[in-house]
Structures are given as structure tokens and as C-alpha cells.
Write a protein that binds this ligand. Sequence first.
Ligand code: UD1
Length: 423
Amino acid sequence: MAYYVINGGRPLNGSVTISGSKNAALPIICASVLAGEPCRIENLPDIDDVRRITEIIEMMGAKIERPCDGVIVIDPRTIEKYAVTNEMAAKLRASYYMLGALLGRYGYAEVAQPGGCAIGQRPIDYHINGMRALGATVQNRGGIVTASSDKLTEADIYLDMASVGATINIMLAACRAEGRTVINNAAQEPHVVDVANFLNTMGASIRGAGTNVIRIEGRKNLHGCTYAIIPDQIEAGTFMIAAAATQGNIIINNIIPTHLEAISAKLMESGIEVITGDSGADFYMQIIANDRPRAVNIKTLPYPGFPTDLQQPMTALLSIATGGSSFVTENLFEDRFNHVRELNRMGAKVTVNGRTAAIQGVDRLYGAEIYASDLRAGAAMIVAALMAEGVSVVRNIHYIDRGYENIEQKLRALGADIKRVEE
Ligand code: UD1
């Protein structure tokens, strides 16, 4: 098993370029199944989750070409299997997008319960109810969800929570349903908008993505297209936090500033300087941290609130905050504090009570052997190790490989002392 050895205490300096968004890339790859022609997808991040979802659609029969780095061309016309087995689905959460994509395209889908990070129950009842509302017969037996329909038809759907996965999955199926489907209380995350833009480039008619009401006019056919994925909001946020944690000064290129407003606001509240600029070709953000952060409170919320995926790295940063205690409340997932035990092993003083972590800032963390328990907990471990005094060994980095492209090289270019060891 590979691990990282990080010698902490070095401020990050220099510039880094953000890769394509994981949480947009995964549903966009699945969405290509809906097209009647090949789709060329650009700015794909080179991460394990993208490799796994690509393998899934390849196993269903799609032809994949990789003309150059960061680009794939998917030809879905040769698909002849409509079942995502347990072995395939367990590899990543986003396998659930095959339900909406296959159902929309072929009227039949069989998808085993998805895997993904263990951060709570993560039911998929909204996805299933959505497919049923569109007229599909859905059964959920023995961990396998089977959905079938001769003809999907329009529906007026309300989501009890603004679920990213359910919003996208319903959008995928509704693109090919007869009539106009409305999703109320839809998720507004940037990747929801990116998937809608991709589908519209394929000839779909989706209006309102980015607001909480999405309207989808079903189409009989969707065509091929060329599309470039947006930059990864969470990767950008992770580098912002890492710069703040090491009292660094970095420029982050290839970002969309509005996607980062909640994170910028909280970093500024904690005394970190955040400057947004436009280089002409691109937006960038400069993070300047001259001191330890001041204590702030965080509540995770659906977009445009503070993203749950950055709660864990933010908790690591706040473990060295000055000026009292910080309170971090996790509102989306009931079990997303597994990183706290590891932070405390490094000398942090964090106590968790239900959904809230109380963080009493300490002067410094000390290097230790620490374990990532999931993808973003892994990012938190890296942030903690970068700011700690001494050497840390970060284990279970296969979680980090799922969602961060070349994180070791990117951090090393910023001056971090980080080494990957393959065992
Ligand atoms: C997606 C992201 C994940 C991110 C999360 C929130 C992918 C592959 N994963 O996860 O990285 O942390 O959005 O931004 O893109 N819920 C239900 N029933 C459902 C669906 C959701 O009760 O059918 C609940 C969940 O348990 C959770 C909340 O709704 O409490 C939000 O979940 P959701 O937005 O669906 O997250 P995921 O799609 O699992």
C-alpha cells in the first residue's frame, strides 16, 4: 500500500493549476451514454474515480478513445449491456448515475447499490422515487436496483433535500422522457450546472440549472458533442486551505471565483488574505497567510453554502486557530468526523458532539502516523501533515488517489516536502 511521507512546517509558495472537476466528470461520462453519437470530453482529471467510471461504461460495451492527456472520446453506440454489477458499482458512488443514463437511453437499467466514502447512510431513495415519478417500474432487491419503462413521461418532482446525486440522476433520465419534467428543491452545485450544460450541448433542453427549480423538456434523440469540464471547486478549496494552513502565499490558476465564495468568505473571516484576479486568459486567486488563522464557525450546507467536502480540511486548519474555539457543524452527512481522531493524535483538541465539532486551537500540530478514512479526510490529513512540526506518514492514500490529480507533484512544486512511497 502506498503512503505519503510529509515533513511539515514549510509555507507553500508559488502557483498551482486546478484540474477538471471530479464531481462533474463522473456524471458527464455517464451522460454520454444518452447520445446517439460519440462525445469528446476535455479537461478530464486523471484520477482513480474517472478511470473506474470509464471502465464501467467500457464494460457495458462503449468504445473509448484517449487521443491525448485529459481527453476521452466515448462512442456509446456499441453498448449492449445494461447491468452495473455489484463489483463495478462498489468501486465508486457515482456508479448510481448509470441508473438514470441507462434508463433514459434504453428503458432498462440494473445497478447495484453504489460504493463511495463511508460518511453516513447515504440512501438513494430520492433517485428511486424520481425514476418512479417518471413512470419507471423500480425494484430494489438484494442490493440491486432494477428500473424499466417502455416510455418515460414528464413529472413534477420535489426533493426533500437538495441532493446532488438525485438531481443529476433525474435530469439524465428526464432528458429522454416525453414532456416537461420539473425538479423542485434541486441541488445548485456547480457540477449540476456543468452536467446540464453538457446535456444541452448534446441537444437536451434544460433550463434553470444553478437555481432550485430545473425544467427539462424531453427529447427523442441527443447527438454527440465536444465539451470541456469545469475546474474542480473542491480541489481549489483544498489548496486555498493548505496555503492558509502553512502560512503560505500561493496563486491558484484555472478557477471559477463564484464557486469559491463561501470558502473565500470563511478564510477572510479568519484573517487570511484572498485576492481574486483575471489574467485575461483565466481567473486566478491569491491566498496570503501571514499568521495562524483566527477561530471561525462553519456550517456545511448545500451550494452556495460551505461545501461538506471541505469541512474536513477546514477542521484541520482550524485546529491551530487563535482567539478561542471554532465550532464546525456538519449538516449533510451524519458520520463525517472520522478525521478528528487522527488530528487529535497530532496534538489537536477537537471534541465531537453529534454533528458539531468543537475545536480549541493549539499552537501547533506534531507529525504522526495518520490514516485517511475517506477521500476528503485524506485531504485533511495532508493539510494537517503540511502544517505540523516534524514528519508525518499518511496512510490509506488510495482514497486520495480517487479524487486528486497529481497532488504530490502539485504540492512539491509549491515547496512542500512530500514523498510518495510505494510498498
Ligand atoms: C455528492 C458528491 C459528494 C458530496 C455530496 C454533497 C458525487 C459522486 N458525490 O454525494 O462528493 O459530498 O454530493 O455535495 O458527486 N439523501 C437522501 N436520499 C437520497 C439522496 C441523498 O436522503 O436519495 C441525503 C444524503 O444522505 C445527504 C444529503 O441528502 O444527507 C445530500 O446528499 P447528496 O447531495 O445526494 O450527496 P451524494 O450525491 O451522495
